[in-house]
Design a protein around this ligand. Structure first.
Ligand code: FES
Ligand code: FES
Length: 153
């Protein structure tokens, strides 16, 4: 059975097993490799994408759960929050190895879309479940703060 959805504005259809995680359809079929596999059990956040505007973990999302959904990956994020986040990430040189960073940016962007005037505590809480093996946490929090301040200015 074919399953259809939208990814970064383009209509997509897959014949994958309905239980196959969205992550592998994105990476292996659509060749959008910015979304990363970290743990496979919803613990690290490296596979974060937006599904109908909400940050979700693609490693534990079966493809049949996104039938008809609007999916955005790191390759397709746009809008003021995404631009502010990407600019702050670049200015503050947040990434170290970079592996976790697309998930961090997706989470930060979705957070700022929902929370226009966050406190520092809001930022810490929002980013708390995205792991970074290089421990760039301080720069991540600083970059989200800068992006939020840019959007508020
Ligand atoms: S790979 Fe999905 S949360 Fe870790
Ligand atoms: S920058 Fe290396 S895992 Fe986060």
């Amino acid at each position: 059975m074919s399953i259809s959805f939208t990814v970064n504005g383009a209509e997509r259809t897959t014949d994958a097993d309905p239980a196959k995680p969205l992550l592998w359809v994105i990476r292996d079929e659509l060749r959008l490799t910015g979304t990363k596999y970290g743990c496979g059990v919803a613990q690290c956040g490296s596979c974060t994408v937006m599904i109908d505007g909400v940050a979700q973990r693609a490693c534990v999302t079966p493809i049949d759960a996104v039938a008809g959904a609007d999916i955005t990956t790191i390759e397709g994020i746009e809008g003021p929050e995404a631009e502010a986040v990407k600019a702050a990430w670049t200015e503050l040189e947040v990434a170290q190895c970079g592996y976790c960073q697309s998930g961090q940016i997706m989470t930060a962007t979705a957070f700022l879309q929902e929370t226009p005037n966050p406190t520092d505590e809001d930022i810490t809480f929002a980013m708390d479940n995205n792991l970074c093996r290089c421990a760039t946490y301080a720069r991540i929090r600083e970059a989200v703060r800068r992006a939020a301040d840019t959007l508020e200015a």
